[in-house]
Design a protein around this ligand. Structure first.
Ligand code: 13P
Ligand code: SF4
Length: 311
């Protein structure tokens, strides 16, 4: 458990009070800082947060995560006020494809190859797609399509992961997550030598040579479920550092080793607890998506939400 200062405790209490006053819900991604996850109404993976954003009856959604996540909430719930405490919290992978580039790609692919777009993408890119997916449901989404060939964007590693679990032919855009991409197989094997009984758990955004070494591959929330199966287990965790907070909190007898301390997403960590407080107090920064992009992007997210969750 992290040590939290009295000052942070005070800010956390003020945030919780403001949330009630403003009829707001606080959603936090599993990579957010510990003190943010600790007081969120829901901490979860991209799929859980998208579902919650679509379902909530609160008037305001405070999204502690990165821009595409708040944008998805705004797409699904245009009547609500969606706040992103730090507007510059982006996702470099999402920026690796644009709507224009995807339109050109679609022309090249022709009408029979559907485009499956990772939620880590802009609203404009979603609007040019057939259906969205997250790391938790990517295999299920691809397998739900009637076509024998599918194009995935923007994450090539997610596409290669899906290819392992489907007979369909997957082609892909060559985007990647810089945080997951820095992981090299030697870093994993070095840890395995030191901890031979440990289970390697990896996120599908890791490269194939990392996934080859994994005992289990899943979304961030999938890691919580997997850890529960081995209450006294040792795990080598191959994803962003924020995941460790809840893994350790919920499994006090297990040991969680971060494969490398360098796996930190600067965009996920840019939001501080003070930013969250300022955001709710001043109702900033409001994220909106204009029409007709919003309605087209909404269709792709709703189609995804209709597919049952994978892992
Ligand atoms: P999930 O939490 O959906 O597994 O995704 C990880 C991620 O890339 C968030 O940026
Ligand atoms: Fe984007 Fe990777 Fe950061 Fe997730 S961890 S927000 S995919 S850069």
């Amino acid at each position: 458990m992290s040590v939290v200062s009295t000052e942070i405790r005070e800010i956390q209490r003020e945030i919780r009070k403001l949330l009630v006053e403003k009829n707001a819900i606080m959603l936090a991604h599993n990579y957010q800082r510990d003190e943010i996850q600790e007081i969120a109404d829901i901490a979860g993976d991209s799929l859980e947060l998208a579902r919650k954003a679509a379902e909530t009856d609160k008037e305001v959604i405070v999204f502690c995560g990165v821009h595409f996540m708040a944008e998805s909430a705004a797409i699904l719930s245009p009547q609500k006020t969606v706040l992103l405490p730090r507007l510059e919290a982006g996702c470099p992978m999402a920026d690796m494809i644009t709507a224009e580039k995807l339109r050109d790609k679609r022309e090249e692919l022709g009408p029979d190859i559907p485009v499956v777009t990772y939620v880590n993408s802009s609203a404009e890119v979603k609007a040019e797609s057939d259906i969205c997916c997250t790391s938790a449901n990517a295999v299920a989404v691809v397998n739900s399509l009637p076509n024998n060939e599918v194009f995935m964007t923007p994450d090539m590693n997610l596409a290669k992961y899906v290819q392992r679990y489907t007979d369909k032919k997957i082609s892909y855009w060559k985007g990647f997550c810089p945080t997951h991409h820095l992981l090299k197989p030697e870093m994993v094997t070095e840890m395995q030598i030191k901890h031979p009984d440990a289970k390697v758990v990896a996120h599908p955004e890791c490269a194939p040579d990392i996934l080859d070494l994994a005992n289990h591959i899943c979304s961030t929330s999938g890691m919580y479920a997997y850890a529960k199966k081995y209450p006294e287990g040792t795990f080598i965790i191959c994803t962003e550092s924020g995941i460790l907070y809840r893994l350790r909190k919920e499994n006090s007898k297990a040991t969680f080793l971060h494969v490398t301390e360098d796996m930190i997403c600067p965009n996920m960590k840019i939001t501080s607890i003070e930013d969250v407080y300022e955001s709710i107090l001043n109702m900033k920064e409001v994220v909106t998506v204009s029409e007709p992009i919003r309605s087209r992007a909404k269709l792709t997210l709703e189609k995804m939400l209709a597919v049952p969750r994978g892992n």
